[in-house]
Design a protein. Sequence first.
Length: 202
Amino acid sequence: MKKDKKSNIYKSKMTIATLGNKAALDVIDYTSEKPLCVTDLYIKARREQAEMSLILRGMKSIGAVTDKRDGKFIYYEPNFKRIKAIEKFMLKLIEHSPTIQKTVLYNSPYDASYDILQTMWRFEVILNFLHKAVKPHKVSSIYSRLKIEESICSQALAGLRRIGIVTVQQNGKERLYTLNREMYSKIINTVNEFVNDKHPAE
């Protein structure tokens, strides 16, 4: 089935992937001082040019930046009205994670929100598996069905537990993992609300 780029699913994934990338948040800081082209940005961020171009495409799709051509170059700058909406969106995410609220390891609320999105983006495959599951699963069941390495699966589950979107219960010697469906639904609904919000221009 062809990916429908206009669908909410695609836009929601793009939002999570974009704002779950630290470089995207850095772009907002860099371009706040003056408009910059992709060359300026990938040098500042110490990223590959292709990666930075992908990040900028994602940021443009969610309305976080605007672009303007000047000769051969395209310059990017923040859409500050949309940035305010992003700030509200990221703060709202924290409300859905009691685990994150109790954590004092973050320098700012935005770091906490970034952690939620980045973790969901990185371990989307496991989230999707648990979302479809009708019963709790032990780690060996998850990595064998998804055909991934045990160490990667364990790391993913630890990250998902840290943000509270996956819970674990002890069953004898085994640990059974379950999706926190209430939190998952609240986050996805918040992302969808953000996606469906209009992108105000400067």
